[in-house]
Each structure stands twice: as structure tokens, then as C-alpha cells.
Design a protein around this ligand. Structure first.
Ligand code: NAD
Ligand code: ZN
Ligand code: ZN
Length: 341
């Protein structure tokens, strides 16, 4: 089987031929049909973050495909069933976080495409309990972006506790942001979408954003303050300055900045006086639980979200990453594994 492999940070990925992996106890082998390209995979391939993967590794945590082999003890999945293999590859199941609905914070977690090989491959292994069955009627190509971009932004809006009377700013309308706009609308909020490319701004308007702000041309904070300021700003742009703008300029009193994007070496300054007086908060949000992903699939199966993507072959992985960095794509790239065979 073919896999796209990061052999060294910052080097182009290499397509390798590898033997089919054998599932261990509790695992399944998935014949991958579709695999989304999350910006996190680019950070992984470049070694951008303080905690790094160990090359060689296969990135990808939006892999969706059909179960083709069951490891010992796997009884709840059937051969041929379509499942998704998200970032949360496995957790301990016993710690305080796992037991209190915060498995995403488990210190023993293994992350797909980071701590173990991921979905940029024709075949992959996954721990059965952490795969998510894909409901009937959702194609593999649509399920792929929901598996990270969907669950992450759905969770970020839960963490922000968005209410129908509120104004939510979505900073960055890429793979994550185009779904964030839709979840914020579903929550009943007014949505202000911010980006720096014409296509993304047009897409945000098409997906129901009430206010669309071009950060190249406008003072985003000033526009938001004219509308009373945002109750929550969801930071999805891979740009440190956009975080500072969101925290310092966009929020109303009591507002929340939810940090989701992770620009390399990113930091922001949090002024103590303004934070105290305004009662603002900064919250980090990391992917979502298995239950969050089940809800994301349920919402999509009910026809309430649109996944915007373009398909590529796995062989195009390096150009595809460059195109994401230029912002020159429809919201998400999905590798169509059938197209490359
Ligand atoms: P993406 O490249 O598809 O989207 C980023 C968007 O931000 C693009 O539309 C781009 O035009 C826009 N942008 C760039 N500069 C901007 C600016 N100054 N102001 C406003 N918009 C700007 O990336 P993605 O796949 O959506 O991922 C976004 C980030 O989220 C990445 O850093 C990724 O690693 C991170 N991420 C975090 C989690 C988590 O659990 N916290 C999960 C998935 C991804
Ligand atoms: Zn991701
Ligand atoms: Zn745990």
C-alpha cells in the first residue's frame, strides 16, 4: 500500500510503498477512501510545535474508509463498515479527564498522524473504540473534513457557550472556519466572519455569515465595536497578529477568546488591567470528544451543514500543502484515495 511519509521536518513528503499494517488487539485496519488535509498536518510535517512527532511518520487525522480487518477483541465494528479515524487516536480511559467528559485532555492520549501513523495512506490502523462510525448517506469525501475541522469548531462553539442573542466572530474561514460559521448559525448567533482572501470572504457570506470583514482593508476591531463587540471570537487564522486583534479589539465586556489555531511559536500579550476591568477570558480548545464527533455527523446527516472541499490525489500532497499555505484552495483539500489507484 502507498503512504505519504514525513521523513524529516521541512522536507517534502515521500510516497512510499509499505506492507499492509496488521491490526493489534483492539485495532482495526481501514482501507482509506478519503483523507482530509488539515493545517495541523503542515505544522506536523514542519515540526512547528514544542511537542513534535517522530519522523518517519504518516500524517493525517481526517482519514475515512472501510474496515477491512479486525484485531483481537473488536466486536462492535463489522467488516466493510465506514468509519472515521480522528486526531484522538486513543486515550487511557481511566484518568480524571477521561472519566469526566474531557478525554481530549487525557495525558496518555495518542494522536493519529502525530503519535502514530495516520490517514495519508491507502491503509491505516486505528483503535476501534476511537473510530467513529459514519452514518448512512454521508460520503467518505464529506466525512473527512468533519472528522477534524468539523468536530474542532463544533467543540469550540460549545466551549464558548454561544447563545442565540450573541455575536460571534470567526477569525479565519479556511477548513475549520467554513464549518465554524455554520455551527455558529445553527447555535442561533449573529456571525461576523473575518479573512484575508476574496474567495473565503465570499464563501463565508454564502454560508450565512451576517457580517463579512476583510482584514486587509478594514480595522476589524472597529467594525466589531460598531456592532457592540463580540461575545466570543473563535481564533482559527494561522496568524499571531490575528489573535492579538481578536483579544484586544473584537470582544465586548465579558467576551471570550477561544484559541484554536496554533501558529508556530505563537504568543499573545494579555494586558492585566483591561482583562480585569472587562472581565474577558482566553480559553484554549483542542479538537472534541467522540460524542462531539458523533453529534457533528448527526448534524450533517440531517442536512444542516455543507462541507466545501476539493479533491486531489495523494501524490499531490506537497503541492497541496503549498496551496493551503497560500490560501489558494476551496475550504478543504481531501485526498481521494480511489483517484490515485
Ligand atoms: P486553513 O489554512 O484552512 O485556514 C486558515 C484560514 O485563515 C485561511 O482561510 C486564511 O485565509 C485565513 N487567514 C490567514 N491570515 C488571516 C488573518 N490575518 N486574519 C483572518 N484570517 C486569516 O487552516 P485550518 O485547517 O482551518 O487550520 C487552522 C489552524 O487550526 C491551524 O493552526 C491548525 O493547526 C489549527 N487546528 C487546531 C485544532 C485544535 O484542536 N485546536 C484542530 C485542527 C486545527
Ligand atoms: Zn486537524
Ligand atoms: Zn485518560
Amino acid at each position: 500500500m502507498k503512504a505519504a511519509v514525513v521523513r524529516a521536518f521541512g522536507e517534502p513528503l515521500v510516497i512510499e510503498e509499505r506492507p499492509d499494517p496488521e491490526p493489534g488487539p483492539g485495532q482495526v485496519r481501514i482501507r482509506v477512501e478519503a483523507s482530509g488535509l488539515c493545517h495541523t498536518d503542515i505544522h506536523a510535517a514542519r515540526g512547528d510545535w514544542p511537542v513534535k512527532p517522530n519522523p518517519p511518520f504518516v500524517p493525517g487525522h481526517e482519514g475515512v474508509g472501510l474496515v477491512e480487518a479486525l484485531g483481537d477483541g473488536v466486536t462492535h465494528l463489522a467488516l466493510g463498515q465506514r468509519v472515521a479515524a480522528p486526531w484522538l487516536g486513543k486515550t487511557c480511559g481511566r484518568c480524571e479527564y477521561c472519566l469526566s467528559g474531557w478525554e481530549t485532555l487525557c495525558e496518555q492520549q495518542i494522536n493519529t498522524g502525530y503519535g502514530c501513523d495516520g490517514g495519508y495512506a491507502e491503509k491505516m490502523l486505528a483503535w476501534a473504540d476511537f473510530t467513529q462510525p459514519v452514518p448512512q448517506g454521508i460520503s467518505a469525501l464529506e466525512a473527512a473534513p468533519l472528522t477534524c475541522a468539523g468536530v474542532t469548531t463544533y467543540k469550540a462553539l460549545k466551549v464558548a457557550d454561544v447563545r442565540p442573542t450573541q455575536l460571534v466572530a470567526i477569525s479565519g474561514v479556511g477548513g475549520l472556519g467554513h464549518l465554524a460559521v455554520q455551527y455558529a448559525k445553527i447555535a442561533g448567533a449573529q456571525v461576523a466572519a473575518i479573512d484575508v482572501t476574496d474567495e473565503k470572504l465570499e464563501l463565508a457570506a454564502e454560508l450565512g455569515a451576517d457580517l463579512v470583514i476583510d482584514a486587509r482593508k478594514h480595522d476589524v476591531g472597529e467594525v466589531l465595536q460598531r456592532h457592540g463587540g463580540a461575545h466570543a471570537a473563535i481564533a482559527l487564522a494561522v496568524n499571531e497578529a490575528a489573535f492579538s486583534t481578536a483579544y484586544a479589539g473584537l470582544l465586548r465586556r465579558g467576551g471570550k477568546l477561544v484559541m484554536v489555531a496554533m501558529p508556530a511559536h505563537g504568543t499573545i500579550q494579555v494586558p492585566i488591567f483591561g482583562t480585569v476591568l472587562n472581565g474577558t477570558s482566553v480559553i484554549g480548545s483542542i479538537v472534541g470528544t467522540r460524542q462531539d464527533l458523533a453529534e457533528v455527523f448527526q448534524i450533517h446527516a440531517a442536512g444542516r451543514t455543507r462541507v466545501i472541499y476539493e479533491t486531489r490525489t495523494l501524490a499531490s500532497v506537497n503541492e497541496s500543502m503549498d496551496d493551503v499555505l497560500r490560501g489558494d484552495i476551496k475550504a478543504r483539500i481531501v485526498f481521494d484515495m480511489a483517484a490515485g489507484r
